[in-house]
Design a protein around this ligand. Structure first.
Ligand code: 5AD
Ligand code: SF4
Length: 472
């Protein structure tokens, strides 16, 4: 799939969708029925969470009110992921469960979005085997949701649009944020890297950066409204700006945003090691608002595997970046993504990954078993058997969990700044929050401190969380 270079969607095209949204609202009002309900279901990464906030924003403008109960919904929007087979199967199984909802309520409209349906074979599968799905829009055309719903309300045909010629940036869509103090801000979309295992470049198109003034305006507005934690998002966030050709890069953007006055923290994800230059690390170290937190996927600790993955760096090059980060920011929390069972990964390759984990000493890692993705080069390489992959995953977790535990225990006695997230989901008697380095912290409090920065003294630590006492 080749995508032409883009562009910002013309404002008229956004206005056209808003007009469709208003038309839908009017139709519901004219019908005299109570306000209709919308359910947005999201799979996958933070980029998808951010996209879903736009889907919900548009749906509210269309007169829908939010529900969490599928059986109450008049409109169900499923935002899918394709990064691993498991994510696709979960989305398909949820969509499958909606069949009986449609039977019970034929006026229900079901739309599917995101990376899974950006693959023509999946869009085709939905069209053929899921006749109760009304429409599907790939990542290029999420903004067209209002006109799709309007068309279906007017008995228009089902439509399935996995890809478009261009992947435009739609500025100015309404966003209904899920939190009043943590926000996602997409700064660039798409990816040019073509790692040999990865579906993302195939489903999200080439890299497109938002205009710096659009990003700055959005972040300033969030800070003004009291947002405390802002995460800049991009599939390859630190290559921001390259496509704009203005000589203004991600480090420049970060420095500019850091200049916005207020009580807030900036995070960013996800970075590619090949674009993690010293300038970016220097800007982080000198900034007032950028968290000392770096998520830098390593993927594998064998140069041969990295080469087959098309990652464009060696283990030594990666370790150089780590030491520069630690030299400039000794307190920096560093996390990584690791993949096991990449095609042709030998026991010796895997042993090098374990060895690199021991040298790198990440605070935490997200580890994944390789999952073949149709249309990517790695899917055609000789595959490992499931048992080997599973066994390597267990060994990887053993090594990393021991490191995470050791590092977390070093925090005992420290006082860390924590952004409070309110009552913990698992235990309503405990309150949870996250440090600037994104570590989970639990503590007791009688007050509702949600959305506030607290000083918490760490009393105890385990592999996945810290436990402490609020001191301020
Ligand atoms: N199989 C397993 N994991 C994958 N990732 C990306 N593609 C695949 C795949 N085909 C992992 C990478 C990436 C993270 C978001 O998901 O580790 O960094
Ligand atoms: Fe999944 Fe990648 Fe798409 Fe995010 S960008 S939803 S991780 S496939």
């Amino acid at each position: 799939m080749e995508h032409k270079h883009i562009c910002v969607l013309p404002p008229e095209a956004v206005a056209e969708q808003m007009a469709a949204a208003d038309r839908v609202r009017a139709l519901w009002q004219e019908s005299g029925q109570p306000s209709p309900c919308v359910l947005v279901m999201t799979f996958g990464c933070q980029q998808n969470e951010a996209d879903s906030e736009k889907l919900l924003g548009m749906a509210l403008r269309m007169g829908y009110i939010k529900t969490d109960k599928p059986e109450e919904a008049d409109l169900i929007l499923v935002n899918t992921c394709a990064v691993r087979e498991h994510a696709e199967q979960r989305a398909l199984s949820i969509i499958g469960q909606y069949k009986h909802l449609k039977a019970a309520r034929p006026s229900l409209i079901i739309g599917v979005f995101g990376c899974m349906v950006s693959q023509p074979h999946r869009a085709e599968q939905l069209k053929k085997s899921y006749p109760y799905v009304d429409f599907a829009l790939g990542t290029a055309s999420l903004h067209r949701m209002p006109s799709m719903v309007l068309s279906r309300l007017r008995q228009g045909k089902r439509q399935f649009c996995p890809t478009e010629e261009v992947y435009p940036i739609a500025e100015g869509l309404p966003i209904e944020r899920s939190s009043g103090y943590r926000a996602w801000v997409s700064v660039m979309y798409g990816c040019n890297n073509f790692c040999s295992y990865c579906i993302v470049p195939h489903v999200r198109g080439r890299e497109r950066s938002r205009r710096r003034e659009d990003v700055a305006a959005e972040v300033s507005e969030l800070v003004r409204r009291g947002y405390r934690d802002i995460t800049l998002l991009g599939q390859n966030v630190n290559s921001y700006g390259k496509d704009l050709g203005l000589g203004y890069d991600f480090a420049d953007l970060l420095a500019e945003l850091d200049g916005i006055e207020g009580d807030y923290t900036l995070h960013f994800m996800t970075s590619h090691p090949k674009d993690a230059d010293r300038k970016l690390i220097d800007v982080m170290a000198a900034s007032s608002h950028v968290a000392h937190h770096f998520h830098l996927p390593l993927q594998a600790g064998s140069d041969e595997v990295l080469r087959r993955m098309n990652r464009h760096y060696t283990v030594e090059k990666y370790m150089d970046i780590l030491s520069y980060i630690r030299q400039k920011m000794p307190d920096c929390v560093i996390s990584s993504d690791i993949m096991v069972g990449f095609p042709t990964e030998t026991e010796a390759d895997f042993a090098q990954t374990l060895d690199t984990l021991r040298r790198a000493r990440f605070d935490m890692t997200y580890s994944f078993i390789y999952s073949p993705r149709r249309g990517t080069p790695a899917a055609d390489m000789p595959q490992l058997d499931e048992a080997t992959k599973g066994e390597r995953m267990r060994r990887l977790l053993d090594v990393q969990n021991a490191i995470s535990l050791q590092i977390n225990q070093r925090h005992v006695g420290e006082i860390l700044r924590v952004l409070c997230d309110g009552a913990s989901k698992n235990d309503p008697h405990t309150t949870g929050g996250r440090t600037d380095g994104n570590k989970l912290v639990f503590f007791d409090t009688n007050e509702d401190l949600t959305g506030r920065f607290l000083s918490v003294r760490i009393d105890r630590a385990d592999t996945f969380a810290l436990y402490g006492t609020v001191v301020k």
